[in-house]
Write a protein that binds this ligand. Structure first.
Ligand code: ZN
Ligand code: ZN
Ligand code: FE
Length: 765
């Protein structure tokens, strides 16, 4: 008799709703194995029997080539002894869910190549059907209401399957086996066009009406995967201007969508890394450098050298953008909201909020349960980094190597994302937005409730920022109080450092040098920190160096007006306000008098050590930007001006724990008055900050022999500064850790808060 052995396998990770069981089934049948596969409450269980060689082949192929949307986090095998033809065949069997268990949920994924072929295949029954999907693609996170991931618990519950769809759904050999959002023109959702009281329900007619509106320069609100976009012809100056006015978005760049990479190449330079990012299954917005021949209107991204492009990611996008004579090859696809508000995703809400912004609606009757904004990435040093991590990535969890009770980490205020932990996972939320208004707070609370239900998490510990006025802090205070749980408040820059340590997998006992540079973070001394050199680990930190304090005359007014910051820094350095300096000349003498008074009398002039604000000040001194309409604008434009090959620099003075910028500011002023070009000064300033990083790292290393440097904070979104600094530190033997899995801006804060809270609890117990 032939030798027979058996194997029991348990797989954890993203293994449900992604075609894992049919994949296992086909693999088993191919290898002549018998047994079964089933979903459990926390993964997938497999038992197989057959030829030992075939079992080996099965196991290695499953691990190496899981289905495209699956992610294996844990793979356990156990040999089964005494197998004697235990099973007649291989089958997929049902399982009982356990209410306290959970499994990670797949993010929403762009249409797969197979579905795309079918979409444009006239012989296919889903030819030109805008909701075509399969187990390898389509909506997931945005339509799941609860687990187990079954149709009744999704927004597809209202659409009973037709016999043809049901047959595919029940056939383990079919690409749509147990694809919960399965649909066809017979039984599924359809698109609807609405404009000025006119409503069109027929898919093709609605699509054509939307195309006509776009060709005519109108603004169309388009319902997508995780919310509404506002779209217009990106080549039409007037349409772009109108959209800016209506959306009340002055300068912040608009995202763009083109049918193909070849079209985008007409406007931007695309490296091989950028191309593969554009074409990746997640289809993020990719920030690309404009080509010199770019003919698109400047108002798409005023003052920027780059444009944010994405490829179509839903079948509807493909149908909308298919090349057609007279139809624009590129559309603006900006989030459907008024500036500062969260993206609209609920149909009634969208009609209310967007009717003043859009001339027409291209919507549909498949519900969106959770809003998800587009993700934004770019390539730095040939590696992809995030500016925003949301659609296509959230709620994919991060490994969380600390054994603790469940933690809720609230995040910061701007670019908020929260984090919830349980077991070995940290669930980092989709993008919530700037927690500065009621609408965003509501969206925050709804998302937290959803995550807690979906992943069966009941937080035992609450972690939040030190800032007493952040809405995220107040939320955590309220809840921890009501639920009688521990609240841990965490310093902002410590959280930055810990987030970067966590995503780079540093162990609990590792101590690092943290170069945390950003715009704003509440300090231990209640002033505004932002140029901080820390030494520390997950459970504590020491502020070794920081930038010399300077006042922000007018508080938030100064943040919006870099010229005020420049004046304050000059005053702090006892330097005259030279009337020829752009920062000075834009104010009347009366205004200058008031500002001087504000600074000297310390009226509404909080102290800060912010590195971000120094970049703002230099941008203003060079005449590049005096007022900003979005965060980071002045610094981005300063970076864009820099002459790349310039190697000169200025010098900070480090004395005690203070980094003094006075000599830097003096040199810059002298060079401005001498007429040195702004681009040269900007480059020298960038070089100066990189040199400072090396000098403080060397200083700390001499005292402590630490060699690992962590870079975190919004200032590191500056590609020029980041590349220069990494190169300099690495060439001097430092190990440099940066963010790649989450943005370096405040989006990462909640991850760091969770890691710190976990380690503090561990020390307490
Ligand atoms: Zn598909
Ligand atoms: Zn159907
Ligand atoms: Fe920050």
């Amino acid at each position: 008799m032939a030798e027979i052995s058996g194997l029991s396998i348990h797989v954890r990770g993203i293994v449900q709703g992604v075609g894992f069981r049919p994949h296992v089934y086909q693999l088993a049948v191919k290898n002549n194995l018998t047994g079964w596969v089933r979903n459990t409450s926390n993964g997938v269980e497999i038992e197989i029997a057959g030829n030992p060689e075939a079992i080996k082949a099965f196991s290695s192929e499953l691990r190496k080539f899981p289905p495209p949307l699956a992610r294996i986090d844990e793979y356990k095998e156990r040999e089964i002894k005494d197998v004697i033809n235990a099973y007649a065949k291989f089958e997929i069997i049902e399982s009982e869910p356990n209410s306290s268990q959970f499994i990670p949920v797949s993010p929403d994924m762009s249409i797969c190549p197979d579905c795309l072929n079918e979409l444009f295949d006239p012989t296919n029954r889903r030819f030109r059907y805008p909701f075509i999907n399969c187990t390898n693609c389509g909506p997931r996170f945005s339509l799941i209401k609860d687990i187990p991931y079954d149709r009744p618990f999704t927004t597809m519950a209202d659409f009973p399957m037709c016999p043809s769809c049901r047959e595919e759904y029940e056939n383990p050999g079919d690409r749509r086996f147990h694809a919960q959002p399965i649909a066809c023109p017979e039984c599924g959702p359809h698109i609807i066009f609405k404009s000025h009281g006119k409503t069109i329900h027929h898919n093709e007619d609605a699509l054509q009406a939307a195309k006509d509106a776009l060709i005519n320069g109108q603004i169309v609100a388009i319902k997508g995967l995780g919310g509404y976009h506002l779209a217009c012809d990106a080549t039409n100056h007037k349409a772009v201007d109108t959209l800016r006015q209506r959306k009340r978005r002055v300068d912040k760049p608009f995202a763009l969508m083109s049918f193909s990479v070849e079209t985008i190449q007409k406007y931007c330079l695309i490296s091989p890394e950028e191309r593969s990012l554009l074409e990746s299954r997640q289809k993020p917005i990719v920030l690309l450098n404009k080509s010199s021949s770019c003919s698109l209107p400047d108002q798409l991204a005023p003052g920027q050298n780059s444009l944010g492009f994405m490829l179509p990611y839903t079948p509807l996008h493909y149908l909308l953008l298919e090349p057609l004579s007279g139809f624009p090859d590129t559309l603006v696809m900006t989030s459907g909201n008024l500036s500062e508000e969260p993206i609209a995703f609920d149909d009634l809400d969208a009609e209310n909020r967007l009717s003043g912004l859009a001339d027409a609606f291209l919507t549909h009757n498949r519900g969106i349960y959770m809003r998800v904004d587009d993700s934004v990435k770019r390539v730095v040093n040939k590696k992809a980094v995030f500016t925003r991590r949301s659609r296509g990535y959230a709620p994919d969890p991060f490994p969380f190597p600390f054994q603790t009770m469940p933690i809720f980490a609230a995040g910061a205020e701007l670019k908020n994302h929260f984090t919830l932990t349980r077991d070995k996972y940290a669930f980092h939320s989709h993008y919530i937005g700037d927690l500065e208004n009621f609408e965003t707070l509501q969206s925050y609370e709804q998302a937290i409730e959803h995550f807690e239900r979906l992943f069966r998490i009941k937080p035992e510990v609450f972690a939040c920022d030190l800032h007493p006025d952040y809405l995220s802090t107040r939320y955590s205070e309220d809840r921890s109080h009501k639920e009688n749980k521990q609240l841990i408040q965490i310093q902002h820059h410590h959280a930055h450092m810990a987030a970067c340590m966590l995503e780079n997998g540093l162990p609990a006992d590792e101590v690092v040098i943290g170069l945390t540079f950003d715009g704003t973070g509440y300090g231990l001394d209640s002033s505004i920190w932002g140029g901080e050199i820390l030494i520390g680990d997950y459970s504590g930190f020491y502020r070794r160096f920081h930038l010399r304090y300077f006042p922000l005359p007018g508080g938030d007014t100064a943040v919006r007006n870099p010229a005020r910051i420049a004046l304050s820094i000059l005053q702090t350095c006892n330097m005259d306000w030279d009337p020829t300096l752009p920062s000075v000349s834009q104010f009347s003498s009366k205004e200058l008098h008031i500002i001087k008074n504000q600074i000297n009398q310390k009226i509404n002039s909080p102290l800060t050590s912010s590195m971000g604000r120094i970049f703002d000040a230099v941008s203003s001194m060079l005449g590049i930007r005096q007022t900003v309409t979005y965060e980071g604008q002045a610094a981005i434009e300063l970076e864009n001006h820099a002459s790349v090959d310039e190697t000169g620099s200025y010098e900070f003075i480090v004395s005690g724990d203070i980094i003094d910028y006075q000599p830097v500011i003096e040199s810059i002023l002298q060079e401005i008055l001498k007429g040195v070009p702004a681009g040269v000064i900007s480059a020298r300033f960038h070089n100066t900050v990189s040199n400072l990083c090396l000098s403080v790292a060397n200083n700390i290393s001499r005292d402590t022999s630490l060699r690992t440097v962590v870079l975190s904070g919004g200032v590191w979104q500056n590609t020029l500064l980041l590349t220069k600094t990494i190169k300099l530190l690495e060439s001097n033997g430092f190990k440099v850790l940066t963010h790649q899995k989450v943005p370096t801006n405040d989006a990462c804060i909640s991850l760091g808060q969770a890691a710190i809270a976990a380690n503090i609890i561990k020390k307490e117990t």
